[in-house]
Write a protein that binds this ligand. Sequence first.
Ligand SMILES: NC(=O)c1ccc[n+]([C@@H]2O[C@H](COP(=O)([O-])OP(=O)(O)OC[C@H]3O[C@@H](n4cnc5c(N)ncnc54)[C@H](O)[C@@H]3O)[C@@H](O)[C@H]2O)c1
Length: 254
Amino acid sequence: MRDELGGKVALVTGGGSGIGRAAAIRFGKAGAIVVVADLNAAAAELTVLEIIQAKGEAFALEVDVGNERQVAEMVATIARRHGRLDCAFNNAGVIEAFGTRLADATVEDWDRVMGVNLKGVWICMKHEIRQMLLQGAGSIVNTASAVGLRGSPGAAIYCASKHGVIGLTQSAALQYAKDGIRVNAVCPGVIRTAMVEEMSRTDPAYESSRSAFIPMGRFGAPDEIAQAVVWLSSGAASYANGLAMNIDGGWLAR
Ligand SMILES: NC(=O)c1ccc[n+]([C@@H]2O[C@H](COP(=O)([O-])OP(=O)(O)OC[C@H]3O[C@@H](n4cnc5c(N)ncnc54)[C@H](O)[C@@H]3O)[C@@H](O)[C@H]2O)c1
């Protein structure tokens, strides 16, 4: 297990909470040196502490993924400290207030959600790929969503941003396939994190109505996504490229 990514350098954005936190911990257990990047520096430090307590290696960076200067500096810092960036998990994301119908959303909602989920992923990919091209190798996993593959009754801007993430993923997979860089996306269903707890607060019936719709009858756990991310990032997935992998308790099989 520790050898799966032994000595590799792995970056996780949004690593201070939820799916990103679970993935950072999994990367640490797989032997990677983990860079936990988050807008919330204190949360990123807590994830780092947990990795170090489990005898892993990690450090935190405070980064806004929507800010190109900060992202460029983040990748430069990783390259300066470790000489390379092997795995990047572009996962930081936000959502508009759940249940906001398209005609009621504001331009501020659009700019905020697109600025993190789509522009942020693109900026991160741009700088990660430049470093990976220097190395002639690398693996990128982006967090899209099951609603990157279907419509969403509750959050149209978020849904559009996640469709965009799959477009970026598959385009980059095609463009860099011969450069030793694999690019994949995970498309989680409903995963029990702060983001989903917020939706349950907005709509108390959210969990029961959603669970009834999920063939497995329950929400997922962050670690059930994290394990797929580590697999996609590892040599075990050496022929996996351009995937939009839904992990959703069977939701999209309907
Ligand atoms: N929870 C779900 O059901 C679900 C389903 C599908 C997809 N996703 C996606 O998974 C990803 C993680 O979501 P989560 O549920 O773990 O949410 P979360 O709210 O628990 O964690 C998101 C993390 O991203 C960080 N972040 C937000 N904006 C940032 C920015 N500009 N720069 C850097 N970091 C930033 C936050 O500080 C937080 O630590 C998101 O992209 C989300 O859209 C979640």
